[in-house]
Design a binder for this molecule. Structure first.
Ligand SMILES: Cc1cc2nc3c(=O)[nH]c(=O)nc-3n(C[C@H](O)[C@H](O)[C@H](O)COP(=O)(O)O)c2cc1C
Length: 627
């Protein structure tokens, strides 16, 4: 729909001179749930194109991104299709029941503002909003559901519509009204799970947290009931992962009790559902919302509560050695919110209000991430967990691009760079026959010592190089590998960093004999251990020049490893190959294959425009000289 029509639609909502809402609702809040079910979604003029591959992992599924929409906004397969095309990859089908169930009467959605005159959880409901940044709404649908015959077919259709790297979660719940005992209520949950299984949905979510139901209380605050529901659902769904969607707990002790009860039966926790608020419907003169009083508040207002919940879940999971994945939900309306959730420990993030009011939110996150991948300096400012989640999804080519930026960044003072070009010649520390002098110097100690991000990045980069170039075979990767320190000044530190950061995937480093280590000063003393002959070993060094250093190191490696049969062999890997043409003779004389990320030529070409004419002259002179 074009902008002018959408403005017309909202005109009657303007109130006391407030502006027309600028949000791009895909759900028409002025119309009924059934109308939106039949005709929505709206306001999606185009579908953006992404270039993605399923490189992230959520539960045991490979997904394109860790972002999606929780139960609620995706009313049926048409909505699922639209949001899948918009680039949301973890999509939850709105909660279904064992029978058809009508929606509450209108209004279903109102903007809300905290009632400043009262120090409690009361809100003023408004049919407009003034600030998009604090977008908060209340929704009171009453969890409407179609008959199982309808939703089962529709879920199957949704599954067919998804793209590669997208995951569908089906949200289910039991219906309390009309039933007389808790047992019957639990039975209704189980019946719903059985119906859900018939659709072949790959993941099932149990909604334990809808606040605005006729039955009153929120299920997740009844810990014993939740334990029974989750246990019995797990009995019928078997290996299909189960997510428990919970509400906000203001007492950690209560959350611990719940987790202990449900942990054996679930694979993930989705937190949080809407926060209960007392809606004082002062400005929308409709009786029903006022009658409900307590209603679910979502959007920007609940973000601090939801973030805090994720932080606590992350802490408790660790403390009690539990294994569930965490889905962070609540107030994600911009890419930075998504990042905040990953930073506090979420394994995936979903947005309801944000995705309904800005359908391009997923694309904005994608764009920001791709920009960050291209700009290492920006990525570094984001934070540990976000940065490592970015680097985990990188291909070797993307690593290469970032590495090229990292070693000669525009923002660092020249002497902090890895790549240094000077008029005075540097004495090459090692490797070059006859120890020639050079105008070009690569000092990887700078990133290793100066900046923790760079160190972490280099470790990930080496790991990726080793896994992609050497250990292509899955069995080999599982077998892990060992890293050997080379007695140059930076690589023992690199090895130490790899031991620190990748302890689960690599073996111990080995100390080179004293005569090599003393050639250069460095903190090598902590690198020690035996070489396990059952795994491949990799010599890592930063720069390959003539291969002399590597050759000297290989001499010290036990024969069982040096001459082990393919594929359990010894390999060598370097970041830069200064003289790639010497690589072949190196392999011939040592029997060790050498892999490098880039050649010095590539590095110089990449940064060529930034060199002064004097530097260019020096480089050209030297490269032909040294060749
Ligand atoms: C319109 C709407 C409908 C919702 N329906 C459901 C639902 O059926 N089941 C459920 O578990 N949560 C439901 N929710 C709650 C959301 O999944 C989510 O937990 C909550 O809105 C907080 O996220 P947000 O701040 O991004 O909106 C609904 C939320 C909205 C806005």
């Amino acid at each position: 729909m074009d902008e002018s029509k959408s403005k017309l639609r909202y005109r009657h909502l303007t109130h006391r001179g407030m502006s027309i809402p600028t949000a791009h609702w895909t759900y028409d809040i002025t119309k009924s749930y059934d109308w939106n079910y039949e005709f929505g979604p709206f306001n999606i003029p185009a579908y953006p194109a992404r270039s993605v591959k399923p490189s992230k992992k959520f539960l045991s599924f490979k997904v394109n991104s860790l972002f999606g929409v929780p139960a609620g906004p995706l009313l049926n397969s048409r909505w699922i299709e639209a949001y899948s095309k918009l680039g949301y990859d973890i999509l939850t089908y709105k909660t279904v029941r064992t029978r058809s169930y009508p929606a509450h009467q209108m209004p279903h959605i109102l903007y809300v503002e905290k009632n400043k005159s009262k120090n409690d959880s009361s809100f003023i409901g408004k049919p407009y909003f003034s600030k998009v940044t604090s977008l908060a709404i209340t929704n009171s649908f009453g969890v409407p559901s179609k008959d199982p015959d309808v939703w089962q077919e529709d879920v199957k259709r949704s599954l067919r519509l998804l793209d590669k790297g997208q995951l569908l979660i089906l949200s289910i719940m039991g219906t309390q009204d009309g039933l007389h005992s808790q047992k019957e209520f639990i039975q209704d949950f189980i019946k719903c799970a059985v119906l859900a299984m018939e659709t072949s949905a790959p993941v099932i979510e149990v909604n334990l947290s809808c606040p605005n139901l006729h039955g009153g209380g929120v299920v997740c605050y009844d810990v014993d009931l939740c334990g029974k529901i989750c246990e019995q659902i797990k009995n019928v769904i078997g290996d299909v992962p189960l997510i428990a969607k919970i509400g906000y707990f203001n007492k950690e002790g209560e959350l611990i009790k719940l987790l202990k009860k449900i942990n054996p039966f679930i694979e993930a926790v989705g937190a949080i559902n809407t926060l209960q608020g007392n809606i004082i419907d002062l400005q929308h003169k409709k009786i029903h919302m006022r009658q409900i009083g307590l209603s679910g508040v979502c959007g920007g207002y609940i973000k601090p509560y939801a973030l805090n919940s994720v932080k606590t879940l992350y802490k408790l999971r660790d403390q009690f050695k539990m294994k569930f994945a965490i889905i962070g939900i609540g107030g994600v309306t911009k890419p930075e919110d998504f990042e905040s959730y990953l930073a506090v420990g979420a394994d995936a993030v979903q947005s309801a209000t944000g995705a309904m009011t800005d359908p391009y939110l997923a694309f904005k996150i994608y764009e920001k991430q791709t920009a960050q991948k291209k700009d290492y300096q920006t990525a570094k400012t984001i934070g540990t967990s976000f940065f490592s989640s970015v680097s985990q999804g990188l291909s070797l080519n993307e690593f290469k691009e970032i590495y090229l930026q990292m070693i000669y960044p525009k923002t660092l003072p020249e002497n902090k760079n890895t790549l240094l070009i000077r008029e005075d010649r540097f004495k090459l520390k090692h490797g070059e026959k006859g120890r020639k002098h050079s105008h070009i110097y690569m000092n990887h100690r700078n990133p290793i010592f100066i900046n923790a991000w760079d160190r972490r990045f280099l470790v990930e980069l080496f790991n990726q190089l080793i896994c992609e170039r050497i250990l292509k075979n899955e069995e080999l990767s599982k077998n892990r590998y060992g890293v050997v320190a080379i007695p140059s000044s930076s690589s023992p530190e690199l090895t130490a960093s790899m031991l620190d950061s990748l302890t689960s995937s690599i073996g111990r480093a080995v100390v080179m004999p004293h005569q090599f280590l003393t050639q250069e000063a460095g903190a090598h003393s902590k690198l020690y251990g035996d070489m396990d002959v059952r795994k491949p070993w990799v010599l890592i060094d930063d720069v390959f020049t003539s291969g002399k250093t590597l050759q000297d190191s290989i001499k010290c490696i036990p024969d069982e490893i040096k001459y082990a049969k393919d594929p359990l062999r010894l390999f060598a890997i370097t970041l830069i190959s200064r003289n790639p043409d010497k690589r072949e003779s190196f392999t011939k004389s040592t029997g060790v294959d050498l892999f490098s990320l880039v050649t010095l030529e590539e590095v110089l070409k990449y940064h060529w425009k930034r060199f002064t004419s004097k530097e260019k002259k020096l480089i050209l002179k030297e490269r032909s000289e040294l060749h």
